[in-house]
Design a protein around this ligand. Structure first.
Ligand code: ATP
Length: 361
């Protein structure tokens, strides 16, 4: 259980800022997910928290103690990385006991702690096996066990599930969340998968070229993304963006697009970028074409998704995706009128790409 405070943290490699002025204070036992595209500075941030990489400036403290210049072992953090690198010649038991032996725990203490941790991770039946006799998911559990067996102050996980197949990833995702909530260890978790971020984190840090774009709960990030980048990165399928104009009345208009948006926009007029999530668009009932809140275009592609379907619609110069319950009246080449759910249209400044709504608040 720990509080980690990161203040004005920077890391430069020559003239390149890999991490640019990061500020974040966790809550005790919080699960924080760092998410963003490749090269945005996630791993560099983790390595600085772990003490494997020095910072160019700024500070990191754990429970009020400045650890910025401490070695990794002094910080009492545990790490699990993508290549979990278990010792191949040691059994699961020995892999987990190793770090406790280094810390000079007694034989009995080690035995009790290894067995308790193995039980928590459901690997107690595997303790005598070598890593080569384990499945990918089991190996990953052992790697987690090896990291948590000594009950560190902070748990750092860098893409720990990326070697697993899709089904196992989902299972392990849930396991990790349950485990971390039970143990209440403050955790930083790196992923480039926005769904993993949405489902796992108490809070998400969305990063882009070294800069934290938004730090907030998954729900707030999904509902009120701060800029076009966050809006497009979080949410699947990605948000649609359409060139539009805000009329003085507060209505958005654009090619094929006419929609009422939140009243906060009525104080502003001019060109903006409208954003609407595919899952907030559905076919309109008869006779509403051209009314407020509708988008009209030609169906270009239909992708069946089981109970739902995804369609792509050419709206003016843009291609708009919509995802909704499967229905009979949808055919490639036909025109369709889509209606958006109330209060789900976002608006971004055409130049700065910042959310107009966020700025209006
Ligand atoms: P990925 O998801 O691909 O692992 P990431 O978000 O974890 O990416 P980092 O590994 O933190 O990204 O790297 C951030 C940037 O810093 C990248 O542009 C990378 O090339 C650069 N970088 C990282 N380490 C070094 C280094 N030792 N020397 C120079 N540049 C580096």
């Amino acid at each position: 259980m720990s509080v980690i405070a990161i203040e004005n943290l920077n890391k430069s490699f020559g003239a390149f800022n890999a991490v640019d002025n990061l500020n974040l204070t966790t809550k005790d036992g919080e699960f924080v997910v760092l998410v963003g595209p490749s090269g945005c500075g996630k791993t560099t941030t983790m390595r600085m928290i772990a003490g494997l990489e020095g910072s160019t400036s700024g500070s990191i403290s754990i429970d009020g103690e400045d650890v910025t210049n401490q070695s990794p072992s002094e910080r009492d953090v545990a790490m699990v990385f993508q290549n979990y690198a278990l010792y191949p010649h040691l059994t699961v038991y020995e892999n987990m006991a190793f770090c406790l032996r280094v810390r000079k725990w007694s034989k009995d203490q080690i035995d009790a702690q290894v067995r308790k941790t193995a039980k928590a991770l459901d690997i107690d039946a595997l303790l005598e096996r070598k890593p080569s006799a384990l499945s990918g998911g089991q190996r990953q559990r052992v790697a987690l066990g090896r990291a948590i067996v000594r009950e560190p102050r902070v748990f750092l996980m860098d893409e720990p599930l990326s070697n697993l197949d899709a089904k196992l990833r989902i299972e392990m995702r849930a396991e990790i969340v349950k485990l971390c909530r039970r143990l209440k260890i403050t955790t930083f978790y790196v992923t480039h998968d926005q769904l993993e971020a949405l489902t796992m984190g108490h809070r998400i840090v969305v990063m882009r070229v070294g800069v934290a774009q938004q730090i907030d709960t998954p729900q707030n990030i999904y509902d009120t993304p701060i800029n076009r980048f966050v809006a497009g990165f979080i949410g699947s399928p990605p948000m649609n963006f359409l060139d539009a104009v805000i009329e003085r009345s507060g209505l958005l208009t654009g090619p094929g697009f006419a929609g009422g948006v939140k009243s906060a926009l009525s104080s502003r007029s001019g060109a903006i970028l409208a954003g609407v999530r595919p899952e907030h668009l559905s076919p309109a009932s008869e006779g509403v074409a051209g009314r407020e809140g509708t988008i009209r275009g030609r169906i270009e592609l239909i992708e069946p998704l089981g109970s739902q379907m995804m369609i792509q619609v050419a709206v003016g110069p843009s291609l708009v995706s919509a995802q909704f319950e499967r229905g009979p009246d949808v055919e490639v080449g036909r025109d369709i009128t889509l209606v958006h759910r109330p209060n789900t249209v976002h608006a971004f400044d055409a130049k700065s790409e910042r959310s107009v709504l966020a700025d209006a608040q």
